[in-house]
Design a binder for this molecule. Structure first.
Ligand SMILES: [Zn+2]
Length: 341
């Protein structure tokens, strides 16, 4: 309200010649109030929660700013999460019940429908608790998830799974074009379900959690062999292959069927860096019709509040661009009914 009031005063003082300019400024100052599709949340299970709650400071890159390899990384990381250094950490719930309650609150508050990735049973459990705000997505990683192509068919045809993702082979250093993935891509293409593939950074110091994570495989150019082999496959680049923005732009321009999901990067990096070198660059390159909102909510439901705010407050986005990023682009990609034009 105060912002709007200030705007009117400013308009009166600045006179008629800036009317058009002011209209744009006013539009950009408005809060987005439409529906949201979050392309990127994760299911959770009972055993992930203990009374021992964990506090995350945002942006995530601020948690560990330097490290001497003579020290024990995991010990430092654990200390940072148990005793966060910022004033406003987001805390994990202490039980599954509390997680569902807080997540439901966030989804309702922001009118979010969320593509929810996880092991099929965990996703089903969340769907049973939360209902239609959940779009079921089957996670996949070679060597971790024992899902055959036959079981994938059943999940899609009988259990209502609509996406194959998060495909997270990058955490094992396995490239998107690994031949072991081809049968899965073929089934996704045949059943006409999109895939969502992790291309991007892990946590700070992720090497110490999962040594297989390979940063160079974040590069969206890695997708080219798949696109050529499976030309009808719909692909969402989760985390938009950050920080390889120029390569992302090259791929999205050359392959206009490619979409990208913001995937929590709006709270991973400091806001100004994310705006200036990632979001603004993607949008100003003309890709605003294929950027989709995503939070990468894992077990911290309140990350959603923060992640929505960063996009909503981007000073260079018009309301039309916010409509697209928050809802329209994902609705088109998922082939949901487009509620807005
Ligand atoms: Zn991811």
């Amino acid at each position: 309200m105060r912002l709007i009031f200030t705007f009117f005063i400013f308009s009166l003082l600045s006179g008629c010649n800036s009317n058009r300019e002011s209209k744009v400024t006013h539009e950009k100052a408005l809060k987005y109030e439409g529906p949201i599709i979050d392309m990127h949340i994760h299911s959770a299970e009972n055993e992930e929660f203990t009374i021992d709650t964990l506090g995350f400071c945002l942006p995530i890159t601020s948690i560990i700013q330097h490290f001497d390899p003579k020290d024990d990384y995991l010990e430092i990381w654990n200390n940072k999460l148990h005793d966060p250094e910022c004033d406003d950490p987001i805390w994990s719930p202490s039980s599954y019940e509390n997680f569902i309650e807080r997540l439901t609150y966030q989804l309702d508050k922001h009118n979010i429908t969320a593509v929810t990735s996880g092991p099929p049973l965990a996703v089903e459990n969340m769907y049973n608790r939360i209902g239609d705000r959940i779009i079921k997505s089957c996670q996949f990683r070679i060597g971790r998830d024992n899902i055959t192509t036959d079981s994938l068919r059943i999940l899609v045809n009988k259990n209502g799974f609509r996406v194959l993702g998060e495909i997270s082979n990058q955490y094992e250093g396995i490239a998107p074009s690994d031949p072991r993935m081809e049968p899965y891509y073929a089934v996704a293409e045949e059943l006409d379900i999109p895939i969502a593939i992790h291309l991007g950074s892990g946590l700070p110091g992720h090497f110490y959690f999962e040594p297989g994570l390979t940063p160079r495989l974040s590069n969206p150019l890695e997708l080219e062999p798949i696109i050529r082999k499976f030309p009808k496959l719909r692909i969402s680049i989760m985390h938009y292959g950050e920080p390889y923005i120029d390569e992302l732009i090259s791929m999205m321009v050359n392959y206009p069927q490619l979409y990208a999901d913001i995937g929590g990067m709006q709270v991973f990096y400091p806001r100004e860096y994310f705006y200036e070198y990632h979001l603004k660059k993607m949008v100003s390159a003309g890709l605003g019709k294929r950027i989709m909102f995503g939070t990468d909510m894992i077990i911290w439901p309140e990350i959603i509040d923060r992640a929505v705010k960063v996009i909503d407050e981007a000073p260079f986005l018009s309301m039309k661009q916010k409509d697209d990023i928050f809802y329209n682009n994902a609705a088109r990609f998922l082939r949901l009914e487009e509620k807005k034009k």
